[in-house]
Design a protein around this ligand. Sequence first.
Ligand code: 13P
Ligand code: SF4
Length: 332
Amino acid sequence: MQERTKEKIQELLEKHNALLVAHFYQKDEVVELAHFCGDSLELARKASKDSRNLVVFCGVGFMGESVKILAPNKRVIMPKIACCSMARMISSDYYDRSMELLKSYGIEDIFPMTYINSSAEVKAKVGAMGGVVCTSANAKKIFEYARSANKRIFFLPDKCLGANLADMFNLKYSILGMDSKEDILQSDVICYNGFCSVHQLFSVDDIDFYRQKYEDILIAVHPECKPEVVKKADFVGSTSQIIAYVKGLPDSQAVAVGTEFNLVSRLRPQSNNTFVLSSTIPECPTMNETSPEDVLKLLEAYDQGRVHNEILLDKEIADMAKRALDKMLELS
Ligand code: 13P
Ligand code: SF4
């Protein structure tokens, strides 16, 4: 990045008392600009509590929306409102259709739990039913809460995270729209059929390959990976948790990491012992699109009174979504 671009961004951030935050999957040059980086939970929590009223959010759309829902008086603007393909897999209409299908199977007592990778509209539907949001960092704890409702859990949109949680508690799970009515009726956790196209790339073959090549290698993966991959891993956690785990290892310890490429390549630049758990480059294409130039353009426009890419939400939807997000924060 050009030094001048960086200086101008810093000047404009100061002038407008703006906070700049970035998810770990952003490019290095964007991460470098941020006041802080974090996983979805940390970003939602810290950015919504920050004293600055203008938030420049470098990440995917649902992350910016989460800050706006939690702190409605803040202005949240995004250099690019990047799309999370998983969050796109469920709309409020698909949510309603899923509920109808469950009801047609005779399942009425449903506790909805949505991964934070979903739109404000979907979170609002979940909030309206008394359900809760989770992130990869707190999923286990929130799942325990969901279980205490003694209802059938409808987990959305990530079928992998839902299945991984069910496995953790030795529960039976099924996938709505994929499995038979009988399977759905017999399961404790019913998952929506969504997934992350990036985390689908990691396979058991990749794990076997690394284990054969490096005898003592450790495998660390994100819980959006497939259940068979998660079962064979040594560590499973959110992006922040993976970073802490890998950084805590001695430099000589080999580790292969199953999450997005930008994050992994920043982990231990001095060590030749950190590998991407894939033969392809697992990039989150939309996260990777934001550049320092986009940040500068956004701030220059703001400075001239033109507000681009602002997160604006319908009040009723935001209030209802907040119920499910507040519940998550209270529990985690
Ligand atoms: P984290 O909350 O772990 O940062 O995950 C967000 C995400 O989208 C992973 O693909
Ligand atoms: Fe969404 Fe997957 Fe990108 Fe995460 S990595 S933001 S789940 S598409």
